[in-house]
Design a protein around this ligand. Sequence first.
Ligand SMILES: [Zn+2]
Length: 398
Amino acid sequence: MHYFYPLDCQIQEYDWGSKTSLNQLFGIKNIENKPQAEVWMGTHPNGCSTIIANGEKTPLSTFIQKQSIFALGEKVVKRFNGLPFLFKILCADKALSVQVHPNKTQAEQGFNKEQRSGKVALDSAKRNYKDPNHKPELVYALTPFQAMNGFRQFDEILTLLSRLDIHKLNRMLEEFEANLTHDGLRLLFEAILYTKGAEKQTMISGLLNHAKKHRDIEPFNLVLTLAQQYPDDIGLFSPLFLNTITLKPGEAMFLRACTPHAYISGSALEIMANSDNVLRAGLTSKHVDVSELTRCVEFYPQCKSTLRSTPNKNLNAQHYAIPVDDFSFSVYSSSQINQLETDSAEIIIALDSPITLSHSNGESVTLNQGEPVFVAAAVQQYTVSCSGTFARAYCSLN
Ligand SMILES: [Zn+2]
């Protein structure tokens, strides 16, 4: 049985995807000129990777099921009974929806409630919870990567929204000013999201008129960019609520549960727990359930200076501290040979030059940048040589 399996991965052609980035970064062809939004590396049923095992094309999920201890390692089998993470390459040309992921308890409660009620099928567009799992995420920028993450400070939100001087909004802001707390923010957020019809149009026109006069102020400039993509969407107010950030290539950011966020543009690696639970708040044509959304949001400001993740550096490796068990993530750069030890399944991808994985039994595989490889846990120890940078997704349980 081999330890190293090059992955053949599905590309998700969501409409916000870039048509050129995968080609520019990794030489991946786009013959049909379709948006190439995400490459999925993992076993998620909506896009399971395949491998060649015993000379046959096999879904990675089937391979793992058939020899789970060999593929995943004993600890991961006991704790998760499957590959606990999904690893992606993400290339955004257009903003993705403003979204929130539930924590584990909220996901379990929400999923069980929808299952019990029997009213909304698992594949319905109105379904909130696709599974009972949380979906913490880490994003690692490959190009400048613009995003929104976490609420601004209360007084900053008040100042930005007050500038607009919109009659209906002013009344909401008076209440917020008298109650500058997480509860006050919740009421304001709900009031804006529940605004419909002519009132919504008036509020959006007021926002855009002001933004056009103040393009020099970052959040207003972003409002105008988003308005080209989502002209009638109440989510256009989100840059005034949420921190805006542009990661440089090589910088990373963790997206906590219960925290609103949105990716705006750029390419990145993304690693997350194996879940599809997304509650949307705007910049979307998909289902928005405001009451379920606000049940899951924590209305606390997040300090902008703490958004970037600082890795622990060890020789040529950068290890990112992840506050959940489902995945670990490290990036290695330098031309030296890396001795890696593992007791879990891993996915390795080189970012800018070819890479060779070898085991002491003589097994060896060489791949180009952008070609991911699955490493079975039974390998225990292996060496990686790469003259550039490579990323490693794995699971380190105690
Ligand atoms: Zn997300």
